[in-house]
Ligand binder design. Structure first.
Ligand code: RUQ
Ligand code: CUA
Length: 670
């Protein structure tokens, strides 16, 4: 059907719509052999096409993304949730939102942050006001990799606003860990993984005194620093292993996005920077604002970090310990050949390694080119000490022309680059509101056009930031589908108030040359997605129900708190309630306590049926739990208000779901 419609669309270009619909039933010459299939388009469909005024391109887009009921998407995209602090799982090509994954922000449906003990939000950092931080600015998701391929096991994402990394287990799509960086209050180059997920890279953004301490801004150059943290990942445990992690001290430039090398560049990490001016702002004091101060120089520095050497230095004890973190100082990083700089134009944003691992593409926001560096050039230049001096902190600067392979002029405001399997790279152009397709001179895939050439620009609506191609960060991208994550939607959707949704546009990139087409606009109305990654759906080995009844989802093992039968255990002021849940009752249905008693509930969902989830809430105690088939959760609270509190199941789990209720009675103190 799809190919037929493509042909119809192709041979009908330029004719009027009315004529078009007549043609659907009498296909033109080039589509003659498809006549039977084409004439299979039902009259109803032709009527709808005509009635809705759909163009041939619209029809192609519609049939490219329509997913019949009960059919599954070929890919799943994990998109950051921006200010919502969450992650969205979105099916491709249908662009249906399948799930919000609660990460940094409480989410009542999933019982995340509302009393359930088995969630990592319990160790959220404490803010300046002494309160727990209950949100995050989720930026860049990274799927775990094996040999440079997404393996579908874990997802990591950075919280820019608090300098954290989250670990999500893709067996149940739940967040298992929030690792707080003890040295920095923010990040941006996070999360990026090395090709076998040895490390999760977290680069800082806005420099600070390391260790979350005070230093006046007047001592910026001496006391403020940037940071690259390499979090060791323990795959068997599914946790970041802080003890075997380390960090590299960086000058107080503002580090931006990062990428890990692969293939010939495996063992290296690349991090952009801006504000190598070390501007400190202070517009209110008559100083140039940050915006001007940070953009004076034509070149900033691509940070090139040899993490394998850093690992050796740590093993050899060449580190200092700060707040429990093994920190390689700038001095050691220089002395051990761990850190180098390469000039990069100008206020760069994305650093992206090509599928072969031979090249690093840097997009400078204020330069119309992307700059391509070669890892062989870089290694040679380091070997030959082909430096153009050092920066004020003694870091050797590799000569620009020695490291550079080429520059490709693309347009205004280049930000991020992705790759496909046809030898093309794609770069988002924020100011042009377009996606540039250009050829990578990479022998892994060869485009029909000449290498390092702009091939086409496709407009997107509007102000694109990140982009994601199917399997686009792996050693073998799939191409085919591509998503443009646009910041402004302006006139694309019905107005729903002055706060407009983001616009995620699906594009077809399956054919070469100037053929990229927008297929679908997905509004996101709950935060600004930054980056996304798209994985082949069949790589995800998701549990349909938890493996055993009584499952602790934080430990991913059987809980010793599970119960098959209801019971209440009283011990002085403590009341422990072991409660199974099954359609359609709780056991017990009465929980009788006295004012001031400490209540602990152990709830186990005994169901083995897919989708037989029960919820649990007690009014007035800020409690909301989701207990999925097999799961055991723990909830503790003080019954400090006398009264009668119904508890009930929040999920419409069965016809008698309204009867799935009980009473907590809190008797006043005598
Ligand atoms: S950064 S597009 Cu984190 Cu580009 Cu937002
Ligand atoms: Cu269980 Cu409703």
């Amino acid at each position: 059907m799809k190919s037929v419609l493509f042909k119809i669309a192709g041979c009908l270009a330029g004719v009027t719509l009315l004529f078009t619909f007549a043609m659907v039933y009498t296909p033109c010459a080039s589509a003659k052999n498809e006549k039977a299939a084409a004439s299979g388009i039902p009259a109803d469909a032709s009527f709808i096409i005509k009635d809705r005024g759909l163009s041939p391109d619209d029809v192609t887009a519609a049939v490219s993304t329509y997913m019949p009921s009960g059919k599954y998407d070929e890919y799943v995209m994990f998109a950051s949730g921006g200010q919502s602090g969450q992650v969205f799982a979105i099916g491709i090509p249908s662009m249906r939102i399948l799930r919000t994954i609660a990460v940094f922000t409480p989410e009542p449906w999933q019982g995340y942050g509302f009393g359930v003990e088995e969630t990592p939000l319990t160790n959220a950092p404490i803010g300046g006001d002494g309160q727990k931080v209950m949100w995050g600015d989720s930026h860049h998701p990274a799927l775990s990799e094996t040999n440079g391929e997404y393996d579908g096991q874990y997802l990591f994402i950075g919280d820019k606003s608090h300098g954290r990394i989250a670990v999500i287990d893709l067996r149940d799509y739940e967040t298992k860990q929030l690792a707080d960086n003890p040295l920095m209050n923010n990040d941006h180059g996070a999360a990026f993984v090395t090709p076998n997920t040895e490390y999760i890279i977290e680069g800082s953004q806005y420099s600070e005194p390391l260790g979350k301490v005070y230093a006046p801004i007047s001592e910026y150059k001496e006391k403020y620093r940037g940071l690259a943290t390499f979090w060791k990942f323990d795959r068997a445990l599914g946790r970041i292993d802080a003890d075997n992690s380390f960090a590299v001290e960086l000058p107080p430039y503002w580090q931006d996005l990062a990428d890990a090398g692969k293939g010939p560049s495996d063992g290296w990490a690349f991090i952009n920077s801006f504000n190598t001016e070390m501007a400190t702002g202070g517009i209110e004091k008559g100083n140039p604002p940050f915006e001007a101060g940070t953009t004076e120089r034509d070149m900033d520095y691509l940070h090139v970090i040899n993490w394998k050497k850093a690992e050796e230095a740590v093993k050899a004890g060449k580190f200092e310990t700060l707040n429990g973190v093994k920190l390689i100082t700038l001095k050691t990083a220089v002395a051990e050949g761990i850190l180098y700089f390469i000039p990069e134009p100008k206020s760069p944003h994305g650093a992206d390694v090509t599928p072969s691992g031979k090249y690093i593409v840097v997009a400078g926001k204020l330069d119309p080119h992307v700059t391509v560096y070669g890892i062989e050039n870089i290694k040679k230049a380091i070997e030959a000490k082909d430096f153009e001096g050092t920066d004020p902190y003694g870091v050797p600067i590799i000569r620009f022309d020695a490291a550079k392979v080429t520059q490709v002029e693309l347009g205004l405001g280049p930000l991020h680059t992705q790759f496909d399997n046809q030898g093309y790279a794609y770069t988002s152009l924020f100011l042009d509101s377009a996606i540039a397709r250009w050829t990578v001179g990479d022998d892994k895939f060869t485009a029909p056009e000449k290498p390092w050439t702009l091939v086409a620009k496709t407009p997107v609506q509007f102000n694109v930031g990140h982009i994601a191609a199917a399997e686009g960060d792996t050693v073998s991208p799939d191409g085919k589908y591509f998503v443009s994550l646009n910041k402004w939607s302006v006139d694309r959707f019905s107005f729903i108030g002055p706060l407009l949704p983001q616009n995620l546009q699906l594009m077809d990139i399956s054919k070469p040359g100037d053929s990229m087409k927008v297929l679908y606009d997905l509004p996101i109305g709950s935060g600004e997605p930054h980056y996304a990654q798209i994985i082949k759906a069949d790589k995800l080995k998701t549990w349909e129900v938890y493996p055993e009844v009584g499952w602790d989802t934080l430990k991913q093992q059987k809980s010793d708190r599970m119960t098959l039968e209801g019971k209440v255990v009283r011990n002085g002021n403590n009341v422990e309630v072991y409660m199974p849940l099954i359609r359609s009752h709780f056991d017990p249905e009465h929980i009788e306590v006295e004012e001031g008693q400490h209540v602990t509930l152990y709830l186990t969902n005994l169901e083995r049926t897919v989708d037989a989830t029960h919820g649990f809430s007690i009014c007035g105690f800020n409690i909301s739990a989701s207990i999925e088939p097999g799961e055991t959760v723990t909830i503790e609270f003080d019954a400090n208000k006398p009264g009668v509190y119904p508890y009930y199941c929040l999920e419409f789990c069965s016809a008698l779901h309204l009867e799935m209720i009980g009473y907590l009675t809190v008797k006043p103190k005598a």
